[in-house]
Design a protein around this ligand. Sequence first.
Ligand code: IMP
Ligand code: MG
Length: 209
Amino acid sequence: MQQACPRDDFPVIWGLFIDFFAGLSLSFAMHEDIERVLIAEEVIEKRLDVIARRVHDDFASEESLQVVAILKGALVFMADLLRRVPLRLEIECLNVASYHGGTESSGQVDFLDQKLPDVKGRCVLLIDDILDTGRTLAAVSEKLRELGAREVKTCVLLTKDKERAAEVEADYSAFEIADEFVVGYGLDYDGKYRNLPYVGVLSPSVIQS
Ligand code: IMP
Ligand code: MG
């Protein structure tokens, strides 16, 4: 690693001072783009305990449970939820895209993976970040059934309160939200904000710019 070269004529205390304020402005950069926090981190955590308990109780009699998570949106939710479920889980991920950078679903669900998971005869817990138009969950559930899954249960962090384009409901849903575009806790806008520890609404200026 390259070592910063200290300047003799520049007091160390000034360097620390500048670093401190530069660090502060950098560390809040992402949060400044958020107009409103919709679901706080502590609220999500408490709710995950409840959902995890339900999943555990419903699948406790299975020898092992096959989980299929939809990338990339389900990453954060899946990681936090599944660590609360003390069952023998096998985890597969599917790369699917229905948004292409904007704030509206393209209406088309593309399977980006060449290799699909082997779910023949398995009971599958399908995890996604959000149930919006329903096209993604409907298309992936159908694909898993085509691949021979015995049963497919769906689990989402968020359900948008709206009419669905595809007939599908989530078996487990942590929160119901209004029909607005949200980011954080796995959900992105143009590939960014997935690492926000809460769910929030972006400032309109970020979306327009
Ligand atoms: P659906 O197929 O319309 O139900 O949409 C599912 C996918 O659209 C989700 O997996 C998300 O990746 C994306 N999506 C839907 N609503 C939002 C949102 O409000 N913010 C970010 N992504 C969203
Ligand atoms: Mg997405």
